[in-house]
Design a protein around this ligand. Structure first.
Ligand code: PMP
Length: 286
């Protein structure tokens, strides 16, 4: 089999994308699948229109013109001798050192096209009897507790934060409660000096730093309450901060353009940041 990768038609085993491709690392990519039936593309116009829309929604520039892409699909289908089957297209934002923010200047998008034969939908025997299905709760994607590489929403949030001269975005749920940051856990210190952070459930990542900061707080005799807080409570807080492995404890002084308290890093946050290294495990490398 032959697969198209970034301008080249490669043997199956050579068809590779770099590990720092944003599709691989961040799910920062879009795709289409088009049916090939009796040597024709089915609904190609609509599929390509949707692909162009998906690209535009993510501000990924089309890797080539529509006619050029049709040529690539045609070549891929012909070179694989597919009469009935499917053609798969994937476009990622391209290859760049891992960062939530879009590469600036942009890098060329990655384009992959493959085609393979399948049983034609018209002769699928299952259509005689019909199929079974099951139902399940809509969980796409409500499992933020798993550290997956499905980071496209995080990339979009960070990019928007960056556009507004901010370093992080805090997500707010349907009840108006803050869940967590795009790549960090969210904390506030209320006016009575209690540390608040959202309790663990499917809506947040169980941050390792969050856990260690809880231990750090305990060692300092600070009160931690795992309870959710609203945007209004955050704006009214004495202090706010984020935690993550690469930031440890990072003070937040402004939310949505509004200063938190005096607009300077708060004393408890600074104390936690100073004491973190004393509490966190340090083990020799290797
Ligand atoms: N939430 C999200 C969504 C994250 O991506 C991260 C960082 N990986 C965190 C929280 C913080 O987790 P940790 O302290 O383990 O780095």
């Amino acid at each position: 089999r032959i697969i198209y990768v970034n301008g080249r038609y490669l043997p199956y085993h050579d068809a590779k994308v770099h590990v720092e491709d944003r599709g691989f690392q961040l799910a920062d990519a879009v795709y289409e699948v088009i049916e090939v039936s009796d040597n024709s593309l089915v609904d190609a116009t609509r599929h390509l229109t949707r692909l162009w829309r998906s690209l535009s929604e993510l501000s990924i520039s089309p890797p080539m013109s529509e006619p050029a892409l049709c040529h690539v699909m045609g070549q891929t289908i012909r070179r694989n001798r597919v009469r009935n089957g499917l053609v798969y297209l994937q476009v990622s934002r391209g290859e760049s050192p891992r960062d939530f923010l879009f590469p600036d200047p942009p890098v060329p998008p990655t384009l992959v096209c493959l085609a393979r034969a399948t049983i034609p939908a018209q002769v699928d025997q299952r259509a005689e009897t019909g199929i079974h299905i099951i139902t399940m709760p809509e969980t796409r994607w409500k499992r933020c507790d798993i550290k997956t590489v499905m980071l496209l929403p995080a990339c979009l949030a960070k990019q928007q934060a960056h556009a507004q001269s901010a370093s992080e975005a805090w997500f707010v749920d349907a009840e108006g409660l803050i869940t967590e940051g795009a790549s960090s856990n969210a904390w506030i210190v209320d006016r009575s000096g209690r540390l608040l952070t959202r309790p663990l459930d499917n809506t947040i990542l169980p941050g390792i730093t969050r856990r260690t900061v809880m231990d750090t707080a305990a060692s300092l005799g600070l009160v931690v309450e795992e309870s959710p807080f609203t945007v209004a409570e955050a704006l009214d807080a004495a202090e706010a901060f984020i935690t993550s492995a690469t930031n440890t404890v990072m003070p937040v002084i402004m939310i949505d353009g509004q200063r938190i308290s005096s607009g300077t890093p708060g004393p408890l946050c600074r104390q936690l940041r100073r004491s973190f290294a004393r509490v966190a495990e340090h083990s020799p490398v290797g």
